[in-house]
Write a protein that binds this ligand. Structure first.
Ligand code: FES
Length: 211
């Protein structure tokens, strides 16, 4: 039975707005969904004076709902300040799309999470984080839950790929149960560094693979 998508969802799915990447982005984030293994990347250009989102683009590796939500959420966020954009909810996105089937809630949540993570990335990269909580193993593990294991489409922690995390004097060491010459090894290393390095008290991220 076909899913009851609204006309608006179909319109945004067929003609999504703001699709693509921003090469010189001021911030970016990739979020994955544990529910289905899909991913969304969000790129931001921000006016540093006004903190307004000047440009925003997204790439989706998800379903029609995810693409439609990425399209609407980037439309809603464009021109807003970071603070205003943070307040956008999946409910607003879903309402703006004329409603999404309940089974597809996680798809719109994924797009919102991508937007929020990109804003967080901007704040971390630009020293705007006011709550300077010291990084702990738990914080690192949480971030690793946002890195997908492309082999199975679930995150690194759930798929038990992370065998060890160590923290000492601003250096974070992450050990993975994966050979260094694995086809996705470099990819995963880059994503891990991208997620953890922006933390305010982290100077260095070392990713180790098995021999
Ligand atoms: Fe994966 Fe919608 S089913 S994003």
């Amino acid at each position: 039975m076909p899913l009851p998508y609204s006309e608006l969802v179909m319109e945004h799915f067929k003609h999504p707005q703001n699709v693509g990447r921003i090469e010189d982005a001021d911030a970016k984030a990739t979020e994955g969904s544990p529910a289905c293994g899909d991913m969304v990347c969000v790129y931001l250009k921000v006016d540093s004076e006004t903190q307004r989102i000047e440009d925003i683009k997204f790439e989706s590796y998800g379903c029609a709902s995810n693409i439609a939500t990425g399209s609407i959420i980037t439309e809603l966020a464009k021109g807003k300040t970071l603070e205003e954009a943070k307040e956008l909810t999946w409910k607003q996105a879903s309402d703006a799309l004329g409603g999404l089937p309940p089974i597809k809630t996680h798809c719109s949540v994924l797009a919102i999470d991508g937007l929020r993570a990109a804003i967080e990335n901007y704040e971390e990269r630009h020293g705007l984080v006011t709550e300077r909580v010291p990084t702990t193993i738990d914080v690192v593990r949480k971030r690793l839950k946002r890195v997908m294991n492309p082999v199975v489409g679930l995150d690194l922690v759930r798929t038990k790929l992370v065998t060890d995390i160590e923290l000492s004097n601003g250096s974070v060491r992450v050990a993975l149960d994966l050979p260094a010459d694995h086809q996705f090894a470099n990819n995963m290393r880059e994503e891990i560094v991208e997620k953890i390095e922006p933390l305010w008290d982290v100077d260095e991220v070392v990713v180790e693979f098995t021999d």
